[in-house]
Design a protein around this ligand. Structure first.
Ligand code: FAD
Length: 383
């Protein structure tokens, strides 16, 4: 390969990174651009598959695609940890390599930080950690009576509807086991409504949906610490037998060390997904893209994917010496399973006007099929 070929280096092989890499390769051959993806994991899984592992209808092994599949597309994959992002010297350091680039795409996602809530690691389980999904399944299966607490412990968190969907799937597991009447499900959120990003009307519909299954929603509950079998809030407390937590999210340490984001925040971007550095872009959960003064684009795979497509178009234009003016459109949809073999779809247009426009469809078996197809499509077209 000629040394003159531009090199696109993509940090992170999740939704954003895989969408960017594949979109560029669709337009430009390996004689026109070299593409490298780095990830410390060697697999990709759509986030919602974790809920199916909890439910017991999936295993980890049959929910993942191997990143070695990128080789088929002439996309190089380096399975190493990114240790340093040196933007001044255009150098990325991994365990064994120093890599340079012409274009850099940072798509390293958000990191779960349970250690930020005192007592959580010792006394609760992490609903979002794939390494705990099977254990959570076993715990729910073993529960014959008592109280399950589902607690969102920081904002923003990935896929805002997912904890509600989890509560509905857990409700269905308990129903199937014949113990629902003797197990209470309590849902605690720091927000005043169920889904602030989707607005008050959809939040009310989600509240109705979970309330109809006797899942009790507690608003504005900010957890300060966890004790054995007890959640401690600012002004109150609540008992549980099993705690399933959505821990606070932060960016990876190397992002803070690079200076791209302030501690505990995410990389600020606009709809062009540019950083202050030339030809360096950031996309997905590692970023914060403001929609209004108080609202950002939610952390979700569909949005990471859409931002990846935007960046890919701009990099392709630049390589072809055309104007690079694509902007992320802010459109996406997220399925919510009801636990009754149906799903609804929340459709969002983040930049439709002064506030985002949102719509929640009816819950139907067809939307559940579409959700399965969504996963199949990503695994087959990206890997
Ligand atoms: C339970 C659950 C359900 C969800 N459901 C949905 C849904 O229905 N729809 C939807 O759109 N989204 C959903 N999501 C959210 C979705 O999974 C994320 O928003 C999406 O993965 C973000 O994409 P990303 O590319 O920004 O980050 P990620 O997909 O997290 O990818 C980041 C990658 O960077 C790698 N990385 C990070 N640091 C390093 C390092 N130092 N060195 C090397 N590699 C590194 C990671 O290993 C990872 O593979 C769900 C999430 C969860 C947890």
């Amino acid at each position: 390969m000629s040394e003159d070929i531009p090199h696109v280096l993509i940090l992170g092989g999740g939704f954003g990174g895989l969408s960017t890499a594949n979109e560029i390769r669709k337009s430009l051959s390996s004689s026109q651009v070299k593409i490298t993806v780095i990830d410390k994991k060697n697999w990709f899984m759509v986030g919602f598959a974790k809920l199916w592992i909890i439910k017991g209808t999936r295993t980890f092994e049959n929910s993942t695609g191997s990143l070695s599949g990128l080789a088929k597309k002439d996309i190089d994959f380096i399975n190493e940890e990114i240790l340093q992002i040196d933007l001044e010297n255009k150098n990325i350091k991994t365990n064994t390599k120093n890599l340079s680039y012409d274009y850099l795409v940072i798509s390293m996602g958000a990191v779960l930080a349970p250690q930020k809530i005192p007592g959580l690691v010792e006394n609760g389980m992490n609903l979002y950690d794939y390494r705990e999904s099977e254990k959570i399944h076993d715990k729910i299966k073993a529960l014959k009576s008592g109280t399950i607490a589902i607690s969102i412990m920081g904002m923003p968190y990935k896929c805002p509807p997912a904890p509600f969907e989890a509560s509905l799937l857990i409700d269905s597991m308990l129903r199937d086991a014949g113990v629902r009447e003797s197990v209470q499900i309590h849902f605690y959120s720091p927000a005043p409504i169920t889904l602030p990003a989707a607005g008050p009307e959809i939040s009310r519909q989600i509240l109705d949906l979970i309330s109809s299954e006797k899942i009790v929603f507690h608003e504005s509950c900010k957890v300060t610490k966890v004790e054995p079998n007890k959640l401690i809030f600012k002004d109150s407390e609540a008992n549980f037998d099993l705690l399933l937590a959505i821990p606070p999210h932060v960016a990876p340490d190397v992002i803070y060390e690079s200076g791209l984001a302030k501690q505990d925040n995410f990389i600020p971007i606009n709809r062009d997904c540019k950083t202050p550095y030339d030809n360096v872009y950031a996309i997905g959960d590692v970023t914060s893209l403001k929609v209004t003064e108080t609202m950002a684009v939610p952390k979700a795979g569909v949005f990471a994917e859409g931002e990846g497509l935007t960046v890919a178009q701009n990099i392709i234009s630049k390589i072809q010496s055309k104007e690079a003016s694509a902007l992320f459109d802010g459109k996406g949809g997220c399925f919510i399973e009801s636990g009754r073999e149906t799903a609804s779809l929340i459709e969002v247009d983040m930049f439709s006007g002064d506030t985002p426009s949102t719509n929640l469809t009816e819950s139907t078996p067809e939307h559940l099929d579409e959700k399965l197809q969504f996963e199949k499509d990503r695994l087959s077209k990206w890997l």
